[in-house]
Design a protein around this ligand. Sequence first.
Ligand code: ZN
Ligand code: ZN
Length: 302
Amino acid sequence: MADLNEKIRDHKMVNFIKCILAGFVTKDALIPFVTDVMEAVKESLTRQTGNVTCGVCSTPNVIDCPAKGICDRNKRKCSFHAKQKFQKCGKGVCQTVRDAISQLHRYENPSWCNTDATQWLTEWWEVAKCFLPPQGYDDKDSADKTDINGILNLIINCREFDNEICDDLSKRENVCTIVRDKMRNIRHAAKPDVPDVIMHDAINALTNLLKDVRRHGNFPECLKAISKLNEIKQGDFDIKSESIDVQQDVWKELVSLNFEDKVKYLYHHFSKQIQIMSTEIATLKDASETKHARLIEGTNFT
Ligand SMILES: [Zn+2]
Ligand SMILES: [Zn+2]
């Protein structure tokens, strides 16, 4: 009986790994699509300034004080504007871009704390960051380094995607919020145990999202990901068949979710190389601790 329980548990943990991997596959596939849309947004912003760029005004320079959600209204001195005050752009372009970004935001509430205004007309990612959640994304310097939740928020919050996704993104529940909620529930569960039905449900939601990209046929990455997700769902899918880089991403994610004890139990699901890499990291950690202990000992003797 114990054996059977272990097997069921193990199977549910494999489902958990599958969901994490499916999230990565979907995020990677969405990046060329969001890049394409946001490059066009950046070009449209440049057109609105008559092709004049600034690159000098910082974000606090561009944003009036007090600004909703970023300035501390209750304090005498606003920390966001402590070093740099609001000032009118010398070239007369930055406030125009700021207002255009605000209008593009579904709730007219961009996350100014995430973004660097000096790069708005040169780096589409700095514009995209205005549509990400205000916490946890200011240090993400590319779409690649952002998680699926960040990319989903960009699609949900930036109205430019209204024409790009078949579903109505202004609805409280839509093809993106469904994925966001399902993935959040899985990641935040107390245990990395995912029943088959939940795994299928989550991967189906990810597939629906990719299929809902109006031009998904133009993005080979989306098409490839749709068939990859189908492969992951199958009972005989083995994460060992994935490249070391992919396995490492999933592994890191599992460790960051604090399922370390379970991760050790799952060693045998990953390839030998990942096991060696993880053991090396652990050994290095131990070695530095031992070295540190010796150093302390040494100090005590002198
Ligand atoms: Zn302020
Ligand atoms: Zn300026």
